[in-house]
Design a protein around this ligand. Structure first.
Ligand code: NAP
Length: 251
């Protein structure tokens, strides 16, 4: 089957898809034939544009203004998707934020918000789908971690802890869910050109790029390509892995 069509008839959930990596993932999965449901926090216009862009590819789109931190709303979102499309096949836990500072200056609020969004948000969405995946004995999950979660990054103790937690979550769930034919993998991107990175100090960013063997930042589409691969049958024997997409930065 051609790569363009291999997710036809499948239903995917992508969290945090209005911008950046999530948007590229949603469009890649739609191009591969999946119906795509997504959530976001605040950018209504971007959500409308994404819905239109997904539908232009001839597949279904469902948009939810649902805070990934909210356990109950996330459950309700899953129920509505299931009601509409009658099945669930794919989950990409992508929604994430940074609140950077050295630990000495880090507020409890900035610690909590990052953990609640990145790690607890991954729990909330995965918990919402896992029983359905187990009952149907199929389902594929990709969690977006970070190079910070593998190696740790100064000024990002909160973010590194949340992304390291996602890696452990991925490995534990991969073992637990494998008997139900559910695969769970994680990606660890390095510096990717999105709003998240645009917020970084210019001098810091220039220095960071000099450390990347490929001497450039990655593109959201380069992350999305790997997600599309991991969710396809071409990756049917891959589970519990953490794949770096970082231009060699993690070497
Ligand atoms: P981004 O451009 O800042 O976009 C973040 C997306 O997440 C937006 O769609 C945003 O919605 C949504 N979001 C944020 N908080 C949310 C919440 N509480 N509930 C629901 N949706 C929420 O980020 P990005 O760079 O694409 O990053 C995507 C993922 O990749 C994150 O997990 C990030 O940690 C990870 N990552 C990024 C990089 C990088 O260099 N960019 C590197 C490694 C890992 P709104 O538009 O409504 O705000």
């Amino acid at each position: 089957m051609s790569k363009e069509k291999e997710l036809i008839g499948k239903t995917a959930i992508v969290t945090g898809a209005t911008r950046g990596i999530g948007r590229a993932i949603a469009l890649t999965l739609a191009r591969q034939g999946a119906n795509v449901a997504f959530n976001y926090l605040s950018h209504d216009e971007l959500a409308t544009t994404l819905t239109e862009d997904i539908e232009k590819m001839g597949v279904g789109a469902l948009s939810f203004k649902v805070d990934i931190k909210d356990y109950t709303q996330v459950q309700q979102m899953k129920d509505q998707i299931f009601e509409k499309w009658g099945r669930l096949d794919i989950l990409v836990n992508n929604a994430g934020i940074v609140r950077d500072s050295i630990l000495a200056m880090m507020s409890q609020e900035n610690w909590r918000e990052v953990m609640d969004t990145n790690l607890n948000g991954t729990f909330n969405m995965t918990k919402a789908v896992i029983v359905t995946f187990m009952k149907q004995k199929s389902g594929d999950i990709v969690n977006i971690s970070s190079i910070s979660g593998v190696h740790g990054m100064a000024r990002q103790v909160n973010y590194s802890a949340s992304k390291g937690g996602i890696i452990a979550f991925t490995k534990a769930l991969a073992k637990e869910a494998a008997p139900f034919n559910i695969r769970v993998n994680a990606l660890a991107p390095g510096f990717i050109e999105t709003d998240m990175v645009a917020g970084l100090n210019e001098k810091y960013l220039k220095q960071a790029i000099e450390q990347i063997p490929l001497q450039r930042m990655g593109k959201p589409e380069e992350v999305a390509e790997m997600v599309g691969f991991l969710l396809s049958q071409r990756a049917g024997y891959i589970t519990g892995q953490v794949i770096g997409i970082d231009g060699g930065l993690g070497i």
